[in-house]
Write a protein that binds this ligand. Structure first.
Ligand code: NDP
Length: 340
């Protein structure tokens, strides 16, 4: 193989750490020249880049399960694209790959960082960022492995019209949940939950105290809670849980931009008398052991039409920050992606 010529890439950088809600001025789009490909490297033209809630945490200078983004360095994140130059026998020009060098149009690096993924007939490659990718695996492992949902359980999902939540509700239904309840942030999303994703009941968390709306939707209590939101939602779930209830604590988006600690949950003592299990998890911990089973089951449901999905696609790399902020505000239904 011979080194491909240099190429131009555009990437986003973080220039200042947001305090509270990020603003466009915290980011800048930079043009760089990529060096000629070294032996063992590939160059990929990204088709879609992902914007995800966890990225907000990486913008803070605090220790977490992933290190903070560096100031003045390219931002990273999930992406899917096509190999345009290769100096490795493992990947050929034209291969579709999934990788973590998002927030840019052209990615380049050692082949080990790029994973070949299948083309799915009739579906855009963005499905590898959502319904066949990380967010959907999060739904599957959180519900089935972490919360150990059993047939007949009453399941409550917050953030239910988003990438993770919309799949949680459908998996619960497909795996025999007795009743599936979701919360989301608008009347249109609430309608979608019952009409398209098969939830039995749904409510808009803006319409009144979550605990009251949840108790009304779950007259016999809940057995499983899939928490994407934290704060008031988690407190409500603890209140409405039946004995032996299990919560998969997946995220707490209601507090990601908060400058003050959240007011709750204030009722954790109920964990004792109800024998509750509240378990946090990070999807990557489960990928090795459960990735194949997830892909087989969810891929099968997708092909058979039993599972559906939505994407909100923002056009243009230059609108990535807009897409990220829009996702944090709830402008997405299903997975938010940027078409490069
Ligand atoms: P979503 O597609 O659900 O997008 C985020 C959604 O959050 C918005 O659409 C918005 O919907 C909702 N939201 C924003 N602010 C609030 C608020 N104050 N209260 C309630 N809802 C709010 O994102 P993902 O599906 O990618 O992620 C969902 C959750 O899962 C996040 O907490 C994320 O951090 C977590 N996650 C965790 C992983 C893990 O390994 N543990 C892996 C992947 C995701 P609405 O209009 O309904 O308000």
């Amino acid at each position: 193989t011979s080194p491909a010529p240099t190429a131009v890439s555009h990437h986003w950088e973080l220039v200042s750490r947001p305090s509270g809600w990020p603003v466009p001025e915290d980011f800048r789009l930079v043009e760089v020249e990529l060096p000629a490909l070294a032996e063992g490297e590939v160059r990929v033209a990204n088709a879609f880049v992902s914007v995800d809630p966890y990225m907000r945490g990486r913008m803070n200078d605090t220790k977490s399960y992933t290190p903070p983004f560096g100031l003045g360095e390219p931002l990273t994140g999930g992406a899917v694209g096509r190999v345009v130059a290769s100096r490795t026998p493992d990947l050929a020009v034209g291969d579709l790959v999934s990788h973590d060098r998002g927030w840019r149009d052209v990615a380049q690096g050692p082949a080990a960082g790029f994973r070949r993924v299948e083309e799915v007939a009739g579906l855009p490659s963005s499905v590898h960022l959502g319904v066949l990718g990380m967010t959907s695996m999060t739904a599957w492992v959180g519900l089935l492995v972490v919360a150990r949902m059993q047939p007949g359980d009453t399941v409550f999902v917050s953030g239910a019209a988003g990438a993770v939540g919309s799949v949680v509700g459908q998996i619960a239904r497909l795996r025999g949940a007795g009743r599936v309840i979701g919360s989301a942030g608008s009347a249109a999303k609430v309608a979608l939950l019952t009409e398209r994703y098969g939830f039995d009941a749904a409510f808009d968390y803006h319409d009144g105290p979550v605990v009251e709306q949840l108790a009304a939707a779950a007259p016999d209590g809940i057995d499983v809670y899939f928490d994407n939101v934290g704060g008031e939602h988690l407190e409500a779930a603890v209140e409405v849980f039946n004995r032996g209830g299990r919560a998969a604590l997946c995220g707490a988006i209601s507090v990601y931009n908060a400058t003050e600690p959240p007011p709750g949950p204030r009722n954790l003592f109920q964990v004792v008398g109800k024998g509750l299990t509240l378990q946090g998890f990070i999807v990557s911990w489960y990928a090795q052991e459960h990735g194949a089973a997830f892909a087989e089951e969810v891929g099968g449901w997708l092909r058979s039409g039993e599972l559906t999905y939505d994407e909100t696609v923002v056009q243009g790399l230059d609108r990535t920050v807009e897409a990220f902020l829009g996702m944090l505000r709830g402008e997405n239904t299903g997975k938010m992606v940027v078409a490069v």
